[in-house]
Write a protein of this length. Structure first.
Length: 298
């Protein structure tokens, strides 16, 4: 990563993208706006509240298409995921991104600590990090999604669904995780060489720590052109429970690092991308690649 400090005027404006319906968000945005104005008088600040799911992507795409903005996602991992994909929708964009943690899941923010926003805007270095680029679809239609942190199959999306249904809070989340483990079903993937693998969990991680699941790798770095592959072949619920316990206590240790990973789903399987859950039908072809240095951040 570069350690050079760019001049203060490297951004023509700061754009805050946020969900105004989140509790406490109005006060949070007011605090951020006041801090930026005091530290950087004269720098335009735009407020862009979202109105519906997926709106942050539309807003970020529009902002990234002109000038040299700093787009600040005041959100959790899911909101930042939308902003990142909106920027990636604009080839050659000069936008720079960052996230201010304001959600239930803030794995990316925890894995990449940054100074307070005014300080980062004023003198923090602009650097480039990798993204995970997932291309998926059948014979006639392909889609591309970018992940800033991880893509999970099996356990991770099921835990996310269970937590969402069971409610937020430590006790409710632990109960939801326990129910998820009891209902876990293995899934099968077909590799490029035709071999079939049966898993309870598969995580492709661009960061080393996922707050809900602990430390998944000791090697994860978001700018090395590689991502970590964390697998748990099907072995029953007790082994899955032991893996989860190890992740939240000791960590899972070193994991294989690759620049691409491909397979075809044999059955329908849920997939979690930076906290957002999608459902892949059977016979979906999936290719995950490291998009090296794809996103400019502070």
């Amino acid at each position: 990563m570069s350690s050079e400090r760019a001049p203060v005027d490297r951004f023509d404006r700061v754009v805050l993208v946020f969900n105004p319906g989140k509790p406490g968000m109005v006060a949070r945005i007011d605090e951020l706006q006041q801090g930026l104005t005091a530290a950087l008088p004269g720098l335009p600040i735009e407020l862009l509240p979202t109105e519906f799911a997926g709106h942050a992507r539309d807003l970020a795409r529009s902002v990234a298409a002109k000038g040299t903005p700093l787009i600040v996602s005041v959100s959790g991992d899911g909101g930042y995921h939308e902003v990142v994909n909106g920027v990636m929708d604009v080839p050659g964009s000069r936008a720079v991104c960052t996230v201010v943690a304001a959600g239930n899941a803030n794995d990316h923010h925890r894995s990449m600590p940054a100074p307070p926003l005014p300080e980062a805007v004023r003198q923090g270095p602009v650097r480039h990090i990798d993204l995970l680029r997932m291309t998926f679809g059948g014979e006639h239609r392909e889609r591309i999604q970018y992940a800033h942190s991880y893509i999970g199959f099996g356990l991770t999306p099921l835990m996310a669904i269970g937590i969402e249904r069971g409610g937020k809070g430590k006790i409710l989340e632990l109960l939801s995780v326990a129910r998820t483990l009891s209902a876990l079903r293995p899934f099968e993937l077909v590799r490029a060489d035709g071999a079939t693998a049966r898993f309870d969990s598969l995580i492709l991680a661009n960061i080393s720590r996922m707050a809900k699941y602990g430390t998944v790798s000791e090697m994860g770095s978001p700018d090395d052109g590689l991502f970590e592959v964390v697998t748990l072949p099907h072995a029953g619920r007790w082994k899955m429970a032991l893996m989860t316990l190890r992740a939240v206590t000791l960590g899972l240790g070193h994991q294989p690092s690759v620049s691409s990973y491909s397979f075809t789903t044999r059955d329908a399987v849920p997939c979690q991308i930076d906290g957002e859950v999608i459902h892949l039908p059977a016979a979906t072809q999936v290719l995950v690649e490291s998009a090296t240095g794809a996103l400019a951040v502070i």
